[in-house]
Ligand binder design. Structure first.
Ligand code: NAP
Length: 295
């Protein structure tokens, strides 16, 4: 199986026993000052790694946070989707970016503050410091080998936007000449829109159909909370024919919770995009047409 333009899909060029070193070279806050969230665009120099220039948007790299867990064992690696295209932020793949949100929470079933180990480690890093990286991993959530043979509908929630930034840059580098991809992007507040100017620029140039779903502000015309599936439903007159086109590929990345709602919309507008679970009859994404990366 190959990635965009026939690029080879590499897996596990660095393992936890033999990790690569990535040096943080750029750190930019992606959310506005007023946002209650803290999400960063982090760029690492990976020029010494075997995966330099050999990862693809849609894949993940592992990060091994330093220190030990509650049982005294070294922390396990955590996976982060790359936010870069295969050629990185530098044009050659010697760098890679991640989009990381600090995980800080208070769980009602467990007293005290829950502080995500790896996300806070990464967001606390200072430029010049090094992280241990593994991977790449993932060979399913990738752009097709021949990008011009398809149309695209991308659906993201929160940091699930990462691969779509990379996908758009990879499509552009590959000389994609088809109609503008669709992007439905859900965030809680308008202060939390990640990479907004990147997407807006492309939308204004007619190269992206960009639809935001700002869940905690306003209502849809039908009086619903503006989740991605509801915003998609409102645009169904335009996006429906695209979904029904057998060339169209649909990609979903972000919160697992959005799957049900999205499958409802796909089932109504383009039932061919779904299969049925042989026993339960539950809707499943059709292989080769709908690609899903959710947690
Ligand atoms: P976030 O900023 O909280 O944004 C998520 C948005 O989705 C919010 O607007 C939220 O609305 C909305 N939402 C909640 N439940 C929904 C549902 N059932 N249907 C549709 N929309 C729903 O997101 P985040 O904290 O960055 O989390 C992103 C998730 O993506 C994480 O779980 C992360 O692990 C995952 N992720 C996965 C990958 C991957 O698979 N490769 C990559 C990156 C991120 P309300 O909060 O207003 O309810």
């Amino acid at each position: 199986m190959n990635g965009i333009g026939g690029r080879e899909v590499h897996i596990n060029l660095h393992t936890p026993k033999d990790p690569a070193r990535g040096r943080l070279i750029e750190k930019t806050k992606l959310v506005e000052k007023k946002s209650p969230h803290h999400t960063w665009h982090l760029v690492y120099d990976i020029s010494g790694a075997r995966f330099a220039g050999r990862y693809l948007a849609g894949q993940s790299l592992g990060v091994i946070p330093p220190g030990v867990d509650e049982e005294g064992r070294p922390h396990k690696l955590r996976l982060y989707s790359v936010a870069s295209p295969w050629f990185g932020e530098d044009g050659e793949g010697k760098t890679v970016a991640f989009c990381v949100k600090r995980e800080i929470d208070e769980h009602w079933y467990r007293p005290g503050l829950h502080i995500g180990v790896c996300s806070n480690y990464l967001c606390n890093m200072q430029v010049g410091e090094e992280a241990l990286l593994t991977g790449p991993s993932g060979n399913r959530f990738l752009l097709p080998e021949d990008p011009n043979a398809h149309r695209y509908v991308f659906i993201a929630t929160g940091t699930g936007i990462a691969p779509f930034r990379g996908f758009l840059l990879e499509l552009e580098r590959a000389g994609y000449s088809g109609d503008a991809p669709w992007l439905f992007f859900g965030v809680p507040y308008s202060t939390d829109i990640l990479y907004d100017s990147f997407f807006r620029e492309r939308a204004e140039a007619g190269r992206l159909r960009y639809h935001l779903a700002i869940s905690r502000e306003g209502r849809t015309r039908a009086g619903k909370r503006p989740y991605v599936q509801e915003v998609m439903r409102e645009a169904i007159g335009d996006v429906g024919p695209v979904l029904r086109d057998p060339r169209t590929l649909v990609y979903l990345c972000g919160l697992k919770g959005m799957e049900t709602g999205i499958y409802e919309v796909l089932g109504e507008a383009a039932p061919d995009l779904l299969e049925r679970h042989p026993k339960t009859g539950a809707p499943l994404p059709r292989k080769g047409r709908v690609f899903v990366e959710v947690y």
